[in-house]
Design a binder for this molecule. Structure first.
Ligand code: EPU
Length: 337
């Protein structure tokens, strides 16, 4: 296991902010997790890092970082209708998507081009274009960082919600996710419900769908909306969409007749936070090298030398302003460390 001390994390977070870690352990096996924890038990905190695509380092990290480097993807089981794919946590998410497409398995093509690693995917139940990981995750394998004990979490055990799971609450920082197993369909079932996808399919006059085509369409939509982190530092959606009750939504509609909202069956309405931030006048604004992306207001970007603190400050200013204007408190999707 490789160990680095006083190590720069600039290349390990997609915001490209400078931050140093006291110790980084590059984990290649389950045994490495317990070994690293034992060796550095005197450090007072730890953090598990995947691709750093949902993390904002506000400060240097005084503690131990576990960098997941566990690799491997394989089909572990199969029947007439489904196949089960086991993927190690250190794999790039996109490698898993590509693997499933080349094996003609349907289920995660709408999650194409999401940056980050497989190990991070169940933590926030990654989602896009009407699909969430929870729709096909069979189980998550993990190791207890303190005891070294292995545990398998069923889909139900993960307590998935909108960009949410048990790993963000009572089990926060307790487990190192070693891998996931997804159950995918052999029957070419694709989710085409999202408006952007429908539009694209009509435009292309598609008569026969394939996983590859769905993945290409999703990737194209994402490229037009989201900045490529290798060109412009960002972590995708910085905030979650906002969920409010229908009575409050109707009240807001009186002052903001064009406010979009998507109802669910529990009397709740999901408001696109991108709309709220744009309406509050933040879209395209910049403070030094920290800014709100000009094409999508949910995304904060680093134009070059912004620090984690500056990006955090910008996000707090947005939270306060949106709260003043709409009475809605924005929740951050990004993990602030
Ligand atoms: N909108 C604006 N202004 C903006 C951006 C969006 O008004 O600057 C409004 C529009 O009404 C638009 C609506 O927001 O119709 C929805 O926008 P979009 O389709 O881009 O989706 P989103 O709700 O902003 C969510 C996810 C994305 C995911 C897309 C597509 C969250 C926090 N974000 O964004 O996920 O790719 O849907 O499914 O749920 C991520 O989690 O990092 C992420 C990128």
């Amino acid at each position: 296991m490789r160990i680095e001390k006083n190590y720069s994390l600039k290349n390990y977070n997609t915001f490209n902010v400078e931050a140093r870690a006291e110790v980084v352990a590059f984990i290649e096996s389950v045994a490495d997790v317990f070994e690293a924890k034992k060796q550095f038990h005197n450090l007072n905190k730890h953090f598990v890092l995947g691709g750093g695509s949902n993390t904002l380092f506000k400060d240097n990290f005084e503690g131990l970082i576990f960098k997941n480097e566990m690799k491997g993807i394989k089909i572990t089981d199969s029947n007439q209708d489904y196949a089960w794919i086991e993927c190690s946590g250190g794999e790039e998410w996109q490698h898993l998507v590509d693997f499933t497409i080349s094996n003609n398995l349907a289920g995660i093509e709408n999650l194409s081009l999401i940056p980050g690693t497989v190990g991070a995917s169940p933590i926030q139940n990654i989602g896009a274009y009407g699909t969430e990981l929870k729709d096909c995750l069979d189980f998550t394998d993990a190791v207890d960082i303190t005891t070294g004990e292995y545990r398998r979490f069923s889909n139900k055990d993960c307590q998935f919600g909108y960009r949410d799971s048990v790993f963000k609450h009572e089990l926060k920082d307790k487990y190192f996710i070693t891998g996931v197993t997804v159950k995918l369909s052999k029957n070419k079932k694709y989710n085409t419900e999202y408006a952007d996808i429908k539009r694209k399919l009509q435009e292309l006059e598609v008569t026969e769908l394939s996983g590859k085509l769905m993945s290409d369409i999703v990737s194209e939509i994402r490229r037009t909306k989201f900045p490529d982190p290798s060109v412009l530092g960002n972590c995708g959606s910085f905030f979650k969409n906002s969920i409010i009750d229908v009575a409050f939504f109707n009240k807001l509609k009186l002052s903001f007749p064009d406010i979009p909202g998507y109802s669910d069956c529990d009397g709740l309405v999901k408001i696109p936070t991108g709309w709220l931030i744009e309406k509050a006048g933040w879209k395209g604004r910049r403070s030094g090298d920290a800014g709100v992306y000009e094409k999508h207001a949910l995304i904060l970007v680093n134009y070059g030398t912004a620090t984690g603190k500056e990006i955090y400050c910008l996000s707090e200013n947005i939270v306060h302003d949106v709260e003043d204007k709409f009475g809605i408190h924005l929740e951050k999707e990004a993990n602030i460390v």
